[in-house]
Design a protein around this ligand. Sequence first.
Ligand code: PMP
Length: 450
Amino acid sequence: MHDSNFLKENNARHLWHPMAHPAEMQATPPKVVMAAEGVMLTDVDGHKTLDAVGGLWNVNLGYSCDPVKKAIAEQLEQLPYYSAFRGTSTGPAVELSYMLRKWFAPDGMVRSFFTSGGSDSVETGLRLARQYHKIRGDRDRTKFISLKKGYHGTHFGGASVSGNANFRRNYEPLLPGCFHIPAPYTYRNPFNETDPARLAQFCAQALEDEIVFQGPDTVAAFIMEPVLGAGGVIPPHESFMPMVREICDRHGVLLIADEVITAFGRTGAWTGSRLWGVRPDLMTIAKAITNGYFPFGAVMIGETVAEAFETNADSFGSIGHGYTYSAHPVGCAAALACLPETHKADVASNAAARGAELLAACEGLKAEHSLIGDVRGKGLMVALELVSDRDRKTPVDKKTIGTVFEVAYAEGVMLRVSGPNIILSPPLVITAGDVAKIAAAISAGLAAVA
Ligand code: PMP
């Protein structure tokens, strides 16, 4: 391996990073992470930081989860690859679909379709939703509705239903027939509504209005994250998703829960849908399913959709969709080892308890630092939205929030900065001491720019 300087210099020269401007890499080189243990990262200079990002919302059990590592190594030895296209399957693929049916039974999910990650899962979910309607003879039900500020990955379908201009503008034209309604985001919304319950009602009404405006017989599905993640951590009022379920049912529209972040305990419940007491028709999962150690995902399929496909006798029911790495046996083995660990360690309860502490600590910081405009969270998904003027809610500039990041990093905590937001999504196994350390590092960062 080359030395620290070689890695830093050549990173800027040769490597294009997701969600980054290639020209920015010289001025603000990324942190080069070389090793990790527990919840701690070590960079190329030997500097250690507590990972308050949890990889990318995915390393829920931390970096030392030996059963998952062992399962991956053993599966590589035994059967490193075989396909699950029509005519073949593998042991781990069958085992995993069997286990997932058990784990997701309370969510009403009865079948699995495997993918290589979140964007693949979203794409699969959108396509299965359209096919479901075609199978049933509703061939005009092709449109999708979603939330502004929602994030559903970067494939063309996912980007089309995503609600952030940064991921859309440069890639247009996107998929036709995708429409967006306001998110239940109390800090900024077109209704000037700060009461979460009333705002939930307005947003739900906007969904119903949009379905009626488009013509219910043209709408295939509504897709939402139970707690919006990448858009800045927006937990809706508890009434929102149940209202959405009811509206979708009334108009024959499928509900796709994008649980790429929220599944496997992050919100304090096994899934975000379960947190809100809702059974979606399709559920997209990925990320923590393998603790981030192997690229993997799935679409979980509810009973209604499964039945439509399985009872269809003609060619409409055949799934003309799939990936070379759908049901990759190593990914399946990783998930099979990861999910019992996730349950055994009862990480969801820890996420709820530590999440409440983290939210309270961030609320405390808001009282001390005028730069914090809003604090939001559910479980171990927390955001601090920074503003340069609290009354006007002016988003902070890139340089200011960049300095907060650097100071916190020097203090020993890796944060994630996204627009004006500091986003916290640490491993679900963190301790109360870790929570205090994260809050102290953010406080130091904010003090440095005050
Ligand atoms: N959906 C949601 C809700 C996500 O948060 C993400 C990734 N952050 C995706 C889809 C896309 O997943 P991936 O990056 O694994 O393709």
